[in-house]
Design a binder for this molecule. Structure first.
Ligand code: ZN
Length: 68
């Protein structure tokens, strides 16, 4: 589950695994296509050129919480 800004409805939406239509890993970058709540086909990726996408659950944050 992750949060992404939809370019069609211009809102930050929570995306569930059931909405993901495809996934690929290219050069260490994970890319996913999903269908937004508004019905638009969108692309999410964790590449460095994004800037408008963010992952909801970050493993690093969990590790920090456990250490504290
Ligand atoms: Zn949308």
């Amino acid at each position: 589950m992750f949060v992404n800004h939809c370019t069609a409805c211009d809102q930050k939406m929570l995306i569930f695994p059931s909405q993901v239509t495809g996934m690929a890993q290219i050069d260490g970058v994970t890319a996913m296509t999903y269908t937004c709540w508004c019905g638009s086909e969108q692309l999410w990726h964790n590449g460095t050129t994004g800037g408008q996408s963010e992952v909801a659950a970050k493993p690093a944050a969990k590790t920090a919480a456990n250490a504290a």
